[in-house]
Design a protein around this ligand. Sequence first.
Ligand code: F6R
Length: 243
Amino acid sequence: MIHPRIIVVENPEEMGAVAADQFEALIQTKPAALLGLATGSTPIPLYRELVKRANEGKIDFSRIRSANLDEYKGLSPDHPQSYRKFMQDHLFDHVSIKPENTIVPDGLTEDVDAMCAAYEAQIEAWGGVDLQLLGIGHDGHIGFNEPDDHFPAMTHEVKLAEMTIEANKRFFDSVDDVPKAAFTMGIGTIMAARKVLLIVTGADKKEILRQTFWGPVTPQVPATILQFHPNVVLICDKAAYPF
Ligand code: F6R
């Protein structure tokens, strides 16, 4: 088993700064890097810090490419809860990244197989993901790869787990408004990234973080596959650190 490099920080704000250092170092050495990006609550302090550093002239996004992990099925790009809209609001609209250099799975696709294949092809055409940002769900999901009897390889459609629908209802008017399906990069897509940056904050993530790196590898806890990735950096705050 390959253990991650672990950085324990005081709080989410410090996580944001330390995670931004990882992005800054990559972009300085590879200005046209492909970033794999995540949404959710955890990365918000990181995106705030990246916008700040871009505005200070420390990070140049003008040649950067990005591919997001996932998108809800059935939501249009401008839907307030779509992940495309999240990315525009938290990062893309505030930095010099070119719109044509950002991809998020198309929530409105009518041809799921073709959309997923094209998504994988674009990542490959851009040379593969250099740095994949991940949050983690309470059930161990990464992207929207939910507990399963196998590790799904490539970008695909998923049915969301009840726990995930419950966790995400806070963003919607009611639980019935939460989409029941999504599109996500597969575990294979994530594992192909040259480097993975897992960010975890809050005491409610402590138990799943313990299972992720210090429990058995199983598709019932999808994040455990990261034990086999040779280049993982874990940044977690004290509240989430299991020891
Ligand atoms: C989001 C994603 C999800 C989240 C996870 C944690 O693009 O892929 O796996 O990272 O659900 O979400 P938060 O950070 O809101 O706890």
